[in-house]
Design a protein around this ligand. Sequence first.
Ligand code: PMP
Length: 458
Amino acid sequence: ADAGSDPCCAEPLPVLGRDVTVPLVTGGEVTYAALDYAASAPALQRVWDDVAAYAPYYGSVHRGAGYLSQLSTDLFENSRVTVADFLDCREGDQVVFTRSTTDSLNLLASALPADCRVFVFETEHHASLLPWGDTRVTYLNAPRTHAEAVRTLEQALADRDPSPRSSSWGEPVGPALVCVTGASNVTGELWPVKELAEVAHAHGARIVLDAAQLAPHHAVSVRDLDVDWVAFSGHKLYAPFGSGVLAGRADWLQEAEPYLAGGGASRTVARRADGGVDVEWHTTPARHEAGSPNVIGVYSIASACKALTEAGFENLVAREQHLVDRVREGLAAVPEVKVLSLFGEDAPRVGVISFVVEGWNSSHFAAALSAEYGIGVRDGLFCAHPLVRTLLGSAPQDPGECGAPEARPGEVSLNAIRVSFGAGTPDEHVERFVGAVKELVREGAKWQYRTEDGRCVP
Ligand code: PMP
């Protein structure tokens, strides 16, 4: 067979840092295996090249009369079109550029109608869990199947519907928003977004998709999923830090006060006779993009969208699933390893896998992977404390930066280890990781790891 035509054997996409070597405490050095894509993925070389080609020409956007200002403005505005195409947005949807997913969800939170209720599963990343303000949120318990997730939401929304038994029967219920992740940043598991959107809409609610972990791994179609908004971050989508997207319906954003007040968001400002000022604000998206925008960040998101589309998500998914299977098989062969999962270890997931190792402190395990094998993973609670607590079945003590106290034999650590990868990951990184886990569990770490001044050191 022609190996080149097998998507699983396709080459990983070139990313920055793929040739970086790091020293090992055991002597010598190895190429760095970046297996923390869920935190920040390395930028695609292609994105970096695009930015480098554009950098000499950049100028102010939206204001300048000069040629370079016009060029920058065109690139900036065309980036919206690229992102809208990438997300398969509907007619009338808008793309607002933000700093990150966190920023996008906070922007949406600031634009909710006053009496809007928010429904969110406790399993969400803190960026999806926290922006809404406690009083108007209904937190939903962690479901253990997709069907249970749909039922839980259905029940919660039905409870707010006007009912013949309630005194408010016939009164219109206020607006509601559901916020759900497409793929968990802890377990990598996919959520039944389309079904949840259907339930939300059937009950007159809207839905925002946190696609921070989904968009880098799967094609996201706003139209097909029928979500009202989608949010994601550039730095997880193979672009550099500092830019993000909120895309979707314009109406609530249009009716809201500007997220930031300032130039760019204001159309006219004039002193009033009484001494104050009258402001006429722009329509969206400019309304929520006050201040000089991150033109390079926005341009790099658009470049990443194009690069992923050209590589073809069907190829990226096939390759990534091959890596997911390798890690799953590898970890399943180690009885001391427990993979964290809500929906079952075999549930569909992206290249994000968290686990604990019996008898090991997760921070020390992660430190050993780095120091002895040149593998960069993450340990901790991954900004999803309620979820990790549920998955570990116990309330972790304050993990600090370096994690919880030593696990005793027969116990698991109170925080977890996360390995995550994607379009730039070569097979060798995943093979090295699986080999390292097996060797560490079998032979123990070669060095002692302890916590000192909040850092893990040999
Ligand atoms: N949602 C999910 C699912 C995430 O994984 C993350 C980042 N870990 C965020 C939101 C927040 O993204 P950012 O830090 O880029 O704002």
